[in-house]
Design a protein around this ligand. Structure first.
Ligand SMILES: NCc1[nH]cc(CCC(=O)O)c1CC(=O)O
Length: 308
């Protein structure tokens, strides 16, 4: 079979994910060549993502090469992939999701958010900053962009006492020994898509290739969750700099999706969070978003967009 050209960003996390995709496809008889592509999000490190413009910061250059045919597929952390792909692109696979939780990373393993002891957390995620303000107001935050290695370096040099990161990335980069606390998803609902790798392609990619890749990489249970979560995000038009959160669970026995999702104001003062279930993932996601918008989420969203 023809060699599949897989586009990826060049960060260590992105490359880990690319090699995971390559190994999975090659085990199924599909040879893969990895093509590293730099994106705006990788180049501009001195401005917050919300200032660069959240849409496609990490994906635009990859999509250009999908269209030109220089690459057949691209891999992304599902949570970094914008919810509206337009008519030229589609997702053909979501890898099996890892533990979705955020974790507290520190060289002081005794740190916990609940202890009441004040300390400084490095994060640039508006969701994490707002959630900390809401649930743990004694915690201070410092803005911190850059890849996981850069952030670990800043933690080591004392810029902050701890980092708040997705378990998935920490696991993939081998930083698990520095996990001080696994944060419960009951309070800290993760970002939409956290923990899964998504495979994107141009809609006109050969159907046989699409089918083969999908059969080797797609995890149907995860896909149900992600379809609900991405529909939710799409209806809220939340880019990655909007503090929207969502987590869908799928019960295969009853074929039911149950999704928790919401939005939090940047200052953490207002949080709107609801739960909804149903059998069609996208309908659940859209309906939950409508409910959040009705309950005041629309106003919070407007305030946030005016602020960024
Ligand atoms: N926003 C950056 C990003 N994109 C994906 C991951 C981790 C891997 C994943 O969630 O799939 C991370 C790091 C983090 O948020 O801690």
């Amino acid at each position: 079979m023809q060699t599949i050209k897989l586009g990826t960003r060049g960060s260590k996390l992105a490359l880990w994910q690319a090699y995971f995709v390559k190994e999975t496809l090659e085990a199924g008889g599909l040879p893969v060549e990895i093509v590293i592509i730099e994106t705006k999000g990788d180049q501009i490190l001195d401005r917050s993502l919300s200032k660069i413009g959240s849409k496609g910061v990490f994906t635009e250059e990859l999509e250009e090469k999908l269209l030109s045919g220089e690459i057949h597929i691209a891999q992304h952390s599902a949570k970094d992939l914008q919810s509206d792909l337009g008519e030229n692109f589609e997702i053909i696979a979501f890898s099996e999701r890892e533990k979705v939780n955020d974790v507290l990373i520190s060289f002081d393993k005794s740190l916990t958010l609940e202890s009441g002891q004040p300390f400084v957390v490095g994060t640039s995620s508006t969701r994490r900053v707002a959630m900390l303000k809401h649930f743990y107001p004694h915690i201070k935050t410092v803005d911190m962009r850059g890849n996981l290695q850069t952030r670990m370096g800043k933690l080591e040099s004392g810029v902050c006492d701890a980092l708040l990161l997705a378990f998935a990335g920490v696991h993939r980069m081998g930083y698990e020994e520095h996990i001080a606390q696994l944060i419960t998803t009951d309070t800290f609902t993760p970002a939409v898509g956290q923990g899964s790798v998504a495979i994107e392609c141009a809609v006109n990619l050969d159907a046989d290739i699409k089918g083969k890749i999908r059969s080797l990489l797609n995890h149907p249970h995860t896909e149900k969750q992600l379809l609900a979560e991405r529909a939710f995000l799409k209806r809220l038009q939340g880019g990655c700099s909007i503090p929207v959160f969502g987590l869908a669970q799928y019960d295969a026995e009853t074929d039911t999706i149950s999704m928790t999702g919401g939005i939090i104001s940047l200052d953490g003062k207002e949080i709107i969070k609801e739960v909804l279930s149903g059998s069609n993932p996208e309908e659940v996601g859209f309906a939950l978003a409508d409910k959040i918008l009705d309950l005041g989420g629309g106003r919070i969203l407007q305030e946030i967009k005016a602020n960024l």
